[in-house]
Design a protein around this ligand. Structure first.
Ligand code: ADP
Length: 658
């Protein structure tokens, strides 16, 4: 008995279907690309499962895709003998939106005021794109290894139906009942911009397959007809006879791996199609490059793509994509994580190795020597290509950097071997280059001769950093300072000691030495004297601030500011502490040293006040204010804002009252 059940589409699917049914889009033929791509995935799945499931092994032979146009009934069927679907699969996969890219598409369409049809081509819309050309779709399918076949039917309205059906072999036949050619064409109608294509026409089908699916790894077959004039045994044409019709079973695609074709034979369009095929990205790639390596340790070819944006990876670290591994042109696995370090997980593409065993398993990949060599080479090639972009295609590189700077910074902390290569890819705002970020090599070129170190300061905003007491001396000397405002800058900088033999130094931890050795000595003397002169005052201030700072001392670090908070070389900065806290770690706040500028007029006044009466209650208030000022100067937040407010208000009241 045949059971027929009716199901409603989920809201999102319904929205997408409406869009497809009413689509005004000039490249409706992409539906074929999408269905062929699904068929190719279904064949991959069967082949892969047959490796571990003996029952399926006999089914994984002669895997192919077949197109069957039916002119009479205005229909086109796309068949595969792949994994197939059972009833649950049909409900799960063809009732909801599986493709995450499609959700992005819906979002983009909803927020756009512009012509919505332009979006259609940018996204891989999967199965539902068939409703651009079909008024009714039937999916007849049988899952490999199961007995029961099912027929899924929908006319693109609110619902679909599933009934039990007969099908001899495993796999899926998708039959599209095509929309007919519009009868009249209204010149003013936007629809008339579309040229109607007859998708049962052999020539049309062939050219669409060649354009979009030539590299698909399975044969895409179609029965094609040719007519010959009748000939006799000697091959001479027999006059006045009806021509003979021959039916060929033609393979429409070359199946030639795009990365093995000569570079001159592959067009940009083909690369873009291939990228679309292997990635979950709905945008074009930013850049692609390929290379062959032939060496003693192994030979391989690679075709790699850099995406334009983080895309799904931003919120789905395991989004499909990554690098596919082939061995001697045979597809081995999707997203082979061992081929590229984590921090470069945005790179997509294909690696085809000539030396590995075909039945390499995921478990032993990590130890495989070839894989390690490939990984090293890919890493180097990606970093070198990025550097080339930075130097030669600056705009393109900036676009890349906007999306992927965090990946490179993570690399700095994890890939010591390539640290220098990663550092040279960094773009930074500096005291001299705020509008257009600079890289470290240009920074070094601009360094005055006597400057040996690369200085940086990190904080929440460029504005606070630019007016920070920590950079006063550097400014005076004409030394450029990198202004680091990304919170992760706190992290990677702790992993770097130098770049190209120039120590990288945080101005929150160091004092810039200016002048000659003699000057330096003289200044040290002065500081010593001042420290001695202010000893009791400093002790009193420290006593007042003992909960907040490690020590209070005078220093020659500042020129015009009164105070700043300093860390010693290995201490953790407050921003770093905040990051660690956010990551759920317990952190004891580091107490920093409060450094005072002895040349500041206020210091002398404070000293006078203290000398007159060490018990003066104002000393306590002033120490709180000095500390608050130092915290605010670096863009920090006060732990006791109301107390500080009260002190300031009282002071103002008194000042006005005097
Ligand atoms: P996507 O292919 O990106 O997942 P689709 O909407 O095109 O999105 O397809 C949804 C799902 O339906 C696929 O993930 C797959 O599981 C299933 N599917 C589609 N076509 C086939 C097919 N020819 N054979 C087996 N399963 C299929």
């Amino acid at each position: 008995m045949t059971k027929n059940s009716q199901f409603a589409f989920k809201t999102e699917t319904k929205q997408l279907l409406d869009l497809m049914v009413n689509a005004v889009y000039s490249k409706k033929e992409i539906f074929l690309r999408e269905l062929i791509s699904n068929a190719s995935d279904a064949l991959d799945k069967l082949r892969f499962q047959s490796l571990t499931d003996d029952k399926l092994r006999p089914l994984a032979e002669d895997l192919h895709i077949r197109l069957t146009p039916d002119k009479e009934n205005e229909a086109l069927t796309i068949s595969d003998n792949g994994i197939g679907m059972n009833k649950e699969d049909l409900i799960d996969f063809l009732g909801t939106i599986a493709k995450s890219g499609t959700k992005e598409f819906l979002k983009a369409i909803k927020s756009s005021q512009e012509d919505k049809s332009q979006f259609i081509g940018q996204f891989g819309l999967g199965f539902y794109s068939s409703f651009m050309v079909a008024k009714k779709v039937e999916v007849l399918t049988k899952k490999a290894g199961e007995e029961q076949a099912y027929l899924w039917t929908s006319e693109g309205g609110d619902s679909f139906s599933i009934e039990e059906a007969e099908k001899e072999t495993n796999g899926t036949d998708i039959k599209l009942y095509l929309k007919s050619e519009p009868e009249s064409k209204d010149e003013d109608d936007a629809d008339s911009a579309e040229t109607w294509i007859d998708f049962t026409d052999e020539y049309e089908i062939k050219s669409i397959v060649r354009r979009y699916s030539d590299f698909v790894a399975y044969p895409i077959k179609m029965k094609t007809t040719r007519t010959y004039p009748k000939t006799d045994e000697e091959g001479k044409v027999i006059k006045d006879t009806e021509p003979e019709t021959v039916v060929d079973d033609e393979t429409l695609n070359s199946m030639k791996a795009i990365w093995l074709k000569k570079e001159s034979e592959v067009t940009d369009e083909e690369y873009k199609e291939f990228y679309r095929h292997i990635s979950s990205d709905w945008m074009e790639p930013l850049k692609w490059f390929r290379f062959n390596v032939e060496g003693l340790t192994g030979s391989f070819s690679a075709l790699l793509f850099l995406p334009k944006h983080q895309g799904l990876m931003a919120y789905m670290p395991d989004a499909p994509g990554g690098i596919q591994l082939y061995v001697k042109r045979v597809f081995i696995m999707e997203d082979c994580k061992e081929l590229i370090p984590d921090y470069l997980n945005f790179v997509k593409g294909v690696v085809d190795s000539a030396d590995m065993s075909l039945n390499i398993s995921r478990e032993i990949l990590q130890e495989d020597r070839h894989i390690q060599v490939i990984r090293k080479t890919l890493t180097r090639k990606v970093l070198d290509t990025l550097y080339e972009m930075l130097t030669k295609e600056n705009d393109l590189y900036n676009e890349f950097y906007k999306s992927f700077s965090r990946n490179l910074k993570i690399g700095i902390t994890r890939d010591y071997e390539n640290q220098e290569k990663l550092l040279r890819l960094g773009l930074f705002n500096t005291t001299k280059s705020v509008d257009e970020p600079t890289n470290l090599d240009s920074y070094i070129e601009r360094m005055p001769e006597e400057q040996k170190e690369i200085y940086y300061l990190s904080g929440d905003s460029i504005e606070t950093l630019k007016s920070s007491p920590h950079i006063e001396k550097a400014k005076e000397k004409g030394y450029e300072v990198l202004l680091l405002t990304d919170s992760f800058d706190e992290v990677w900088t702790t992993y770097v000691t130098n770049y190209k033999n120039h120590p990288m130094v945080s101005l929150a931890k160091t004092e810039i030495e200016t002048g000659s050795e003699e000057d330096k000595k003289k200044r040290e003397e002065e500081i010593k004297e001042k420290s001695a002169e202010m000893k009791d005052l400093l002790t009193a201030l420290q006593e007042n601030l003992k909960d907040s700072v490690r020590e209070v001392k005078v220093s020659g670090k500042m020129l015009s500011s009164l105070a700043c908070l300093n860390l010693s070389a290995h201490e953790t900065s407050p921003r770093m502490e905040a990051l660690m806290k956010a990551a759920g770690q317990k952190v004891e706040p580091t107490k920093r040293s409060l450094e005072l500028n002895p040349e500041h007029p206020l210091m002398n006044n404070l000293l006078e006040l203290y000398k007159k009466n060490p018990e003066d209650p104002r000393i306590k208030d002033f120490s709180n204010l000095i500390y608050a000022q130092a915290v605010l100067a670096e863009g920090g937040t006060l732990s006791n804002p109301s107390e500080v407010n009260k002190i300031v208000t009282d002071l103002m009241e008194k000042a006005i009252g005097e």
